[in-house]
Design a protein around this ligand. Structure first.
Ligand code: TMP
Length: 237
């Protein structure tokens, strides 16, 4: 599959057209940003790790009946995906209090939640992705109630599946962000699933093994991404 014109360059990925209007190529970069792009850096080999890990998760989710945009891995940093009309709502699922939920509620990081908590954020770089609710989503015309219901049902299923996979790898799935899009009228899971978009803690030591190491200057950032990949996919990956 030949790379065509570059359609979009985001903070962590570039997206290219292909000869097939239904398919795009995603190219994962090593660039890392945090706090709406205010903090910038590079995480060596991150593009390779995130491409592999996302494909691994998307394939597991697809096997479990979740419709995703993933088609196949093309190279170390590239994957073929279905073209989506992105729903401008980011879904965050939380199992354990961390990050902005700790700030918003005053609950200490690490507090287990009695049930998974789903949040919506308005996908708008200019506004800094503010938190919104279902009424805002519908009033702004970002998604219909039907689409919101589909997205919520899928997100809870994704949480169950990812929790089971990560538990086997000795990781607690603290929280994660999902993005969806429309493809010929169907809602598909898109974007990526990686330590950029999930919080993974070692189940025993609670050591952070995700992008919080970059956000909070904790060191050993590359090592954390590599460790998560190794635990999920084995030593040869
Ligand atoms: P938060 O606690 O900062 O709201 O983050 C919740 C989860 O969402 C965490 O796993 C990291 C992920 N996330 C992204 O993928 N992109 C973002 O821009 C932000 C702020 C969080």
């Amino acid at each position: 599959m030949q790379k065509g014109q570059m359609l979009y360059e985001g903070k962590a990925k570039k997206v290219y057209a292909t000869a097939d209007p239904d398919l795009l190529i995603v190219d994962y970069k090593d660039d890392a940003t945090a706090f709406d792009g205010k903090k910038r850096g590079q995480i060596l080999q991150k593009g390779i790790y995130n491409n592999k890990m996302s494909a691994f998760f998307f394939e597991k989710l697809s096997d479990a009946g979740i419709p995703t945009h993933h088609v196949k891995v093309l190279s170390e940093r590239e994957s073929l995906v279905k073209r989506l009309e992105i729903v401008k709502v980011e879904v965050v699922m939380r199992n354990i209090v961390a990050g902005s939920l700790a700030k918003r509620t005053g609950l200490p990081e690490g507090t287990p939640l009695p049930f998974p908590v789903l949040e919506h954020y308005y996908k708008s770089d200019g506004l800094g992705d503010p938190m919104i609710n279902e009424y805002h989503v519908r009033a702004l015309g970002l998604a219909t109630q039907d689409e919101l219901d589909t997205i919520a049902a899928l997100s809870f299923k994704v949480n169950d599946i990812l929790k089971a996979i990560t538990a086997q790898a000795g990781l607690d799935l603290v929280d994660f962000k999902l993005e969806y899009g429309r493809h010929h009228g169907q809602i598909l899971l898109g974007d990526e699933i990686s330590p950029d978009t999930c919080r993974f803690w070692d189940s025993e030591t609670r050591e952070k093994l995700d992008k919080d190491r970059f956000r909070r200057d904790l060191g050993k950032v590359e090592e954390a991404y590599q460790e998560v990949l190794r635990r999920l996919m084995g030593p040869n990956k």
